[in-house]
Design a protein around this ligand. Structure first.
Ligand code: PGA
Length: 244
């Protein structure tokens, strides 16, 4: 695992967007899995801009949505579906065969998980994963205690996730379960970027980088990934010991 520091959110996002765009140039059939949320927002915007401005061929990429709140309509502006649809899939005019998002309204959620696992396997795994980190150390909806060997799964959301998650919605939401790609896929991904910005993420970044590797603090799994890169701005890095 490596760590890269940036002056601010703009520089951090610019770097992540360039890394992904350059990887698509090198491998037009790139399989990209991304998180939604506040952290990757600017990266997605810059990535779309770059692909268009530089006319980088993205007609063969595959996109995978990391997770979703169970029971939410895709039209809910706080859903991951809405984020990906409006920020990435529509602007890049991705074909239906080019992406897969969890259907959080499906009657059979286990089948949704199997569908996702099969899709990933059929694509020979994920090339680049770009994730954020929650205030409880979660990645996607891999909540504290989730096994490092999980494939896609449905999970009861942690109390912190339910309360912090309210920020995505225009009205108070009853959040119960999440559906997410599991850590087995993260460990198998060829490259993983975990991004964090702002002083509110300083504590969780310190635990991710310097704490013990444990399922009780999910993001610590990054220490196990040979091609794991933590991207942080100065504020999120502020509690790290000087040696990084
Ligand atoms: P955020 O979410 O990017 O909105 O802070 C991070 C997360 O919960 O994974």
């Amino acid at each position: 695992m490596k760590l890269k520091r940036f002056k601010n959110y703009q520089e951090l996002s610019g770097f992540a967007a360039s890394e992904i765009a350059n990887s698509i140039k090198d491998k037009p059939s790139l399989v990209l899995c991304m998180a939604s949320g506040e952290t990757p927002k600017l990266t997605v915007e810059l990535l779309v801009k770059k692909l268009k401005e530089e006319k980088i061929d993205h007609s063969r990429i595959t996109f995978i949505g990391l997770d979703e709140w169970v029971g939410l309509l895709p039209s809910n502006t706080g859903s991951c579906h809405y984020f990906f649809q409006h920020k990435l899939i529509a602007p890049l005019q991705l074909k239906a065969s080019q992406y897969l998002l969890f259907d959080a309204l499906a009657d059979d959620l286990n089948n949704e998980c199997e569908k996702m696992d099969t899709f990933i396997n059929d694509k020979d795994g994920i090339d680049i994963m770009l994730v954020g980190i929650g205030m409880n150390g979660h990645i996607g909806f891999n909540e504290p205690g989730a096994s490092f060997s999980n494939l896609s799964h449905v999970i009861e959301l942690d109390e912190i996730t339910k309360s912090v998650g309210q920020k995505y919605f225009t009205e108070k939401m009853e959040l119960g379960k999440g559906i997410t790609i599991g850590f087995k896929h993260l460990l198998n991904a060829k490259k993983v970027f975990l991004m964090a910005n702002g002083s509110k993420k300083a504590e969780v970044i310190k635990k991710t980088v310097e704490g013990p590797v444990t399922e009780n603090f999910p993001a610590s799994i990054m220490q196990r990934h040979e091609n794991g890169v933590i991207l942080v701005d100065d504020e999120a890095a502020s509690l790290l010991s000087k040696s990084h």
